[in-house]
Structure formats: C-alpha cells, structure tokens
Design a protein around this ligand. Structure first.
Ligand code: S6P
Ligand code: ZN
Length: 189
C-alpha cells in the first residue's frame, strides 16, 4: 500500500490531494553527517518522503488528513526521517495511524522532554498538543502513515537543524538504536 492508493471523499465527492515531495537537499541541515548528505545530494539527491494532504473544510472543527510515505535509507548511519515540527498554535493535537513499514516517532516538548513510540502497521499514536514530532523509517520498506489534525493548525519548523531533538535514530550492527544526540543544543527552560 502506498499513498497514491488512498482516496479522500468529502461532501460526497472525491477531493484532490495537495502533494509535497521532500528531497535530501531540503533536509541536509537535519542530519548529523553533513559529508554523507553532500555526497548523496551530488549523486542524485534522493527523495526522502512524499506527503498528500486533503482538506475537509477550513472552518473551526474541520479536519485535515495527511498521508506520508517515508522511503527507506540512511544518511551516514542515521535513518531517513521527516523534518519534524510543532503545530501552530502549538496546542493542536494529531493522531497517527501506520499502514506499512516500521519506524519510530520522536515526540519532544519545548522543554526537552522526549518520548519514543513504535510505528508499526495498526499502531495508532496520539500526539498531544505541545509536542514536536518527527518520524524515522528504520525498516527496508516505505513507512506509510496517516495523520489527522485540525484544519486550523499550521506548522512551525523552528526545530530546523541537527541540534534540536534530544535523540537520534541510527543503525548499529544492522539494528536501529535510539541514542542521545551528540549535537544537542542546551534546552530552553
Ligand atoms: C502534519 C503531519 C505530517 C507531516 C509529514 C511530513 O501535521 O505531522 O503530515 O507533515 O509527515 O513531516 P514534516 O515534519 O516534514 O512536516
Ligand atoms: Zn503534525
């Protein structure tokens, strides 16, 4: 199953997706190994993920649905991941449902409190308001998941470099390991 296999019905009609493609060149500041990132960008600039967003109205109480396909691979020893963001306003929650693949969801507050959830087919994860969220694909297949959130939520990407999240997800002896981020900036208090 991939994101193009889904169809969104709203108001009795099929609705077109708004599509976004994220290549490594857009995310090079987020990975630890800048040399590995530059090399991969020079040799083709891989697509890391694609997102299809659907809107069921824009009013108070309306919902938006986003389907993401995060492709497998690594930059250095770090697995492919999304940029990560807070919602704007930050207190809007989200619900993730994984359809395919395997990965980790990092959830981190502005103070630096972090929890990790497993993304596996059938796992529903509640992302409370006030938690930045980043997805990491630790498996050999695309990680395909859906997020449902308020149509009035924007996205705040001030987590935009390799220093913000307290943990990184890397391959060690063929296995995914969640470890402390060696470039972590001092948390805000
Ligand atoms: C939207 C939801 C997802 C992400 C997508 C890409 O609130 O959390 O649709 O936008 O997975 O991640 P990012 O961090 O690049 O927006
Ligand atoms: Zn989100």
């Amino acid at each position: 199953m991939n994101i193009n296999d889904f169809r969104f019905w709203s108001g009795g009609a099929l609705t077109q997706a708004q599509k976004t493609t994220r290549r490594l060149s857009h995310l090079k500041n987020f990975f630890q190994d800048k040399g590995a990132a530059e090399e991969l960008i020079r040799s083709g600039d891989p697509v890391l993920y694609e997102v299809s967003e659907y809107e069921g109205g824009t009013g108070r109480g309306d919902l938006r649905v986003a389907l993401t396909s995060l492709y497998p691979g690594k930059v250095g020893r770090e697995y492919h991941m999304t940029k990560g963001h807070f919602h704007d306003p930050a207190d809007f929650a989200e619900l993730y449902l994984t359809f395919r693949g395997e990965g980790k969801l990092l959830l981190q507050s502005e103070r630096g409190d972090l929890v990790v959830a497993d993304m596996l087919p059938g796992n529903l994860v509640h992302i409370p308001g006030g938690m930045a969220h980043r997805t990491v694909n630790t498996g050999p297949e695309p990680l395909v998941f859906m997020g449902v959130y308020s149509a009035q939520a924007g996205h705040n990407y001030h987590v935009a470099d390799e220093t913000w999240f307290a943990k990184i997800v890397v391959e060690v002896d063929g296995q995914p390991v969640v470890m402390d981020n060696p470039h972590r900036a001092a948390p805000l208090h």
